[in-house]
Design a protein around this ligand. Structure first.
Ligand code: NAD
Ligand code: DAU
Length: 335
């Protein structure tokens, strides 16, 4: 089976490629990745020499590149490629609109032209917006509240439109916040873990009461395969970890694992348009036979330990492009 993975050098994509090579011996993978600041070939250093894996550097917004890959024959596509950081989308939304909406259009056009492949569009729970009580179902209206979420909603609905209009075999997934190894340290779990290791402040937005539902990346990878193999085309599937906690609680747990003091918590001015709570009803996916297998506290412990053991990986990132970003992002935001 020939599989096209886009954005495979990022956090979830790299975990997914490793997972797939381990669990699906017949898989042949092409990884098409632009290598933005978030794409890191080191995430896949251990599979580089696997004959079943091939890396192609390229942009999903470039039709010629995308068509060249599709022309080689593809049975299954997982589109992970995206700009993914909400904070960056606030100051610089252009690349989000391009990759997360226009890039999906380019992939869908290639799919239309070359036909055949099942196409899994990796969307996000952020497209629903915020929910105070209860949990979003797949049939709920979308209400994205930041440029990242709105751009992802564009890609999500374009994929659906190509199913309705052209009958393309598209499936759409909406997952909650992932945690695990190889996540770029701009996101809360790796940022707070690596800052705490170095006794640096942990910049907690607002009152720390925002709630996220945490999903271990390995459980997400399993869900994507269940959806690809057993899901109905044209359908949307929520993928939630069922582990809802506030950011303050999450921060305290990270500090406790590392044996660091809570005095490292630094309240900062809130993120504009900060969604208060995400929660997903996952009955539809559970009916296909999936359930998250990893307990949240164990997953968080393993994740934190991964960053403790792999300091060379994140120290290289934090001393590069990230430094300038972090300075600009957090300067003078203390409250
Ligand atoms: P990431 O930021 O770690 O990685 C994104 C990858 O996409 C990088 O390797 C980057 O180089 C590549 N990329 C970006 N623009 C590209 C382009 N134009 N062409 C080709 N490659 C490009 O992202 P992630 O956290 O691994 O997220 C992967 C996918 O999962 C995204 O679509 C995201 O919206 C979705 N998602 C993420 C989460 C989460 O918690 N991280 C939750 C739900 C859904
Ligand atoms: O819900 C799925 C989404 O999860 C994905 O679609 C996104 O790609 C992914 O980045 C993530 O979005 P969030 O905005 O939820 O993740 P982030 O790690 O940026 O923030 C998580 C929570 O922590 C959020 O409520 C904001 C807060 N936060 C974040 C950072 C970076 C802080 O309090 N301080 C911080 O420094």
């Amino acid at each position: 089976m020939k599989i096209l993975v886009t954005g495979g050098c990022g956090f979830i994509g790299s975990n997914f490629i490793r997972h797939t090579l381990r669990r699906h011996p017949d898989a042949r993978i092409i990884n098409l990745d632009k290598l933005t600041y978030a794409g890191n070939p080191e995430n896949l250093a251990d599979v580089e020499t696997d004959a079943r894996y091939e890396f192609v550097q390229g942009d999903i917004c470039d039709p010629a590149t995308v068509e060249r890959v599709f022309a080689r024959g593809v049975d299954l596509v997982f589109n992970f490629a995206a700009e993914t950081h909400v904070d960056r989308s606030i100051g610089d939304p252009g690349s989000f609109v391009m990759t997360d909406t226009y890039g999906v259009y380019v992939l869908l056009e290639a799919l239309r032209r070359f036909g055949g492949a099942r196409f899994v569009q990796i969307s996000t729970d952020e497209v629903y917006g915020s929910i105070e009580v209860g949990a979003f179902r797949e049939s709920d209206p979308l209400n994205p509240r930041n440029p990242y979420a709105a751009s992802k909603a564009g890609g999500d609905r374009l994929a659906y439109a190509y199913f309705c209009t052209h009958g393309l075999p598209v499936l759409i997934t909406r997952a909650s916040n992932n945690l695990g190894p190889n996540q770029y340290p701009e996101k809360i779990v790796p940022l707070f873990t690596t800052n705490a290791i170095d006794d640096l402040p942990l910049p907690l937005y607002g009152d720390g009461g925002n709630v996220r539902d945490w999903l271990y990346v390995e459980d997400h990878c399993e869900a994507l395969w269940v959806i690809a193999e057993r899901g109905c085309v044209g359908e949307v599937y929520n993928v939630g970890g069922g582990a809802e906690i506030t950011n303050l609680d999450l921060t305290r747990r990270i500090l406790a694992i590392l044996g660091k003091p809570e005095s490292l918590i630094q309240p900062v001015v809130d993120r504009p348009g900060h969604d208060r709570r995400y929660a997903l009803c996952c009955d539809k996916l559970r009916a296909l036979g999936w359930t998250p297998r990893h307990d949240f506290d164990a997953a968080l412990r393993d994740t934190v330990q991964w960053y403790v053991k792999n300091q060379a990986w994140w120290r290289k990132i934090k001393s590069g492009e990230f430094r300038k970003y972090y300075e600009a992002q957090y300067r003078g935001r203390e409250v």
